[in-house]
Write a protein that binds this ligand. Structure first.
Ligand code: ADP
Length: 215
């Protein structure tokens, strides 16, 4: 898999640097019978994409990294907040019926449950609601707090976490999404500031395929 499709000239530059590096931009230009200014955009692209590195007063050298290494470095550096969704929350006193309505109206698969201080108390998934519906109780009478997975057993992440760490947590815990949280300033508890799900991770995959990820 190629990270970026190199132009003929960019490939020539990579080959020159591989063979002769460290080498200055001026010397590369000479070898290609071009001006330094003409090469500037290509050198910038190759440096940004990680093929080449430049040291001041030394010149360009080949990083020796394979496309797969460059790709994995790139993915590891993507913070989760670039791919987050809006969190959908319900209060812990809400009924199972209300939670089902919210899930349909908001078109999401995971609800975060908050307590009176608006801090994270639990998570309710589609299957939690289905299970509760099988019991034969009145769905209006059962509060979500009875059926939710509750703190401290909630897997969470922070805005700056790497999206790949999040993906690993989703797989390890066999869950569909995580709340993105921050610690509340006064007292204890976690405030829910976002949501990241398998859908967000699929968007990352699509962006990677079109080489459109944030740097
Ligand atoms: P579903 O059960 O609808 O397939 P999940 O796989 O996300 O959805 O949920 C599986 C179980 O894990 C549910 O009981 C749910 O309450 C719980 N759960 C979901 N997300 C989390 C999370 N971030 N932390 C802890 N438990 C979770």
């Amino acid at each position: 898999m190629r990270l970026i499709e190199l132009s003929k000239r960019q490939q020539q530059i990579v080959d020159i640097v591989k063979e002769n590096g460290p080498i200055t931009g001026e010397q590369i230009a000479e070898k290609l019978s071009l001006t330094r200014a003409t090469l500037r955009p290509d050198l910038a692209i190759l440096s940004m994409a990680g093929y080449l590195d430049a040291k001041p007063r030394v010149g360009y050298y080949y990083t020796g990294k394979k496309d797969s290494q460059l790709l994995s470095e790139k993915v590891k550096n993507v913070a989760v907040h670039h791919y987050q969704s809006r969190p959908v929350v319900v209060e812990q006193s809400s009924s199972v019926y209300e939670a089902i309505c919210t899930m349909f109206l908001e078109d999401c698969g995971t609800l975060f449950v908050v307590d009176d201080e608006a801090t994270l108390a639990g998570v309710v998934s589609r299957k939690d609601l289905l299970r509760a519906s099988l019991g034969g109780q009145s769905l209006e009478a059962v509060p979500v707090s009875v059926i939710m997975t509750r703190m401290p057993n909630i897997t969470v992440c922070k805005r700056g976490d790497s999206i790949i760490e999040v993906a690993q947590k989703l797989i390890q815990r066999q869950i569909d999404g995580l709340p993105i949280v921050r610690e509340v300033e006064s007292g204890s508890g976690l405030e829910v500031v976002g949501r990241v799900t398998k859908t967000n991770i699929t968007s990352l995959l699509v962006d990677l395929a079109s080489d459109d990820t944030v740097d």
